[in-house]
Design a binder for this molecule. Structure first.
Ligand SMILES: Nc1ncnc2c1ncn2[C@@H]1O[C@H](COP(=O)(O)OP(=O)(O)OP(=O)(O)O)[C@@H](O)[C@H]1O
Length: 259
């Protein structure tokens, strides 16, 4: 499995509104790709199209291709639920099931997938996922307590544990730190650095420092005006985007001159 995503000529619509136009992008395996750009340019819309989450909105659709490991995720007969299993997602606000125990939260995705497991197998998945999310040490003695009892940063790591429990190939993260304090943010950033050894990660962030700290490659999206579609302006190694971009709009954005 290469865990590479190749997007070609992707148009993304909400009904008749073209929100994102003609994106072609190579998302490299076992690396972190950051998507940046001003509000409304379609970063979250594009991210959601990578695991067919976009389709849960009535009237939303795409044209073009998203290919993961040689399979067109929008091809005929492809099950969107299976796509979401191999391309997991972590959202802006940590959203563990509040009354469910930490233990059951980790297994929630697997249970949705109707996977039956022996207790010892489930114990292993919980421990490995929580270790993978750098949360095991903090919660190992209170696995039966509700997820809501954790701090915001711990809840976000619990959501990451839940996402990796189903062993996805790709992890999509939509502003995963925007609801967190700086210390929890650094903990998630450290964790992302570790996770990229195994997963392909795509992150949407408004935080330029975060994009430059954590990502290997960065794509800059922009929009020409209200009602116009968002477009991928350029994509390159993160260092290049931040120090020597090819397009003036990128330079203006990363240097804080607009956006
Ligand atoms: N559920 C929806 N129905 C209709 N239009 C939508 C929906 N979600 C987003 N849009 C529109 O699609 C365009 C892109 O929105 P999107 O949220 O993807 O941008 P973004 O770059 O992620 O913005 P932000 O940085 O503010 O989160 C916007 O014009 C937005 O109004």
């Amino acid at each position: 499995m290469s865990r590479q995503i190749d997007v070609s000529d992707l148009d993304i619509y909400y009904g008749s509104f073209l929100a994102v136009e003609k994106v072609t992008m190579e998302i490299r395996p076992r690396s972190i790709t950051a998507l940046i750009g001003p509000s409304g340019c379609g970063k979250s819309t594009f991210l959601r199209s990578l695991n067919r989450m976009h389709e849960v909105i009535p009237g939303a659709r795409v044209e073009g291709k998203v290919v993961l490991d040689g399979q067109d995720l929008y091809g005929p007969g492809v099950d969107p639920v299976a796509v979401r299993r191999s391309v997991g997602m972590v959202f802006q606000n940590p959203n563990p099931f509040p009354t469910m125990s930490i233990y059951d939260n980790v297994l929630a995705g697997m249970r949705l997938n109707n996977k039956r497991m022996r207790r010892s197998e489930a114990d292993d998945v919980v421990e490995q996922s929580l270790r993978g999310a750098n949360l095991w040490k903090e919660v190992q003695d209170r696995l039966d307590r509700p997820g809501a009892g954790l701090s915001g940063g711990q809840q976000q790591r619990l959501c990451i544990a839940r996402a990796i429990a189903v062993q996805p190939q790709v992890l999509l993260m939509d502003e995963p730190c925007s609801a967190l304090d700086p210390i929890s943010t650094l903990a998630i950033e450290d964790l992302m650095g570790k996770l990229k050894e195994e997963y392909t990660i795509v992150i949407v962030t408004h935080n330029m420092q975060q994009a430059s700290r954590v990502s290997d490659r960065t794509g800059f999206f922009n929009i020409e005006g209200t009602g116009k579609p968002g477009k991928l302006v350029e994509m390159d190694a993160t260092d290049t985007i931040f120090s020597n971009p090819s397009v003036k709009a990128t330079e203006d954005y990363v240097s804080g001159r607009f956006g």
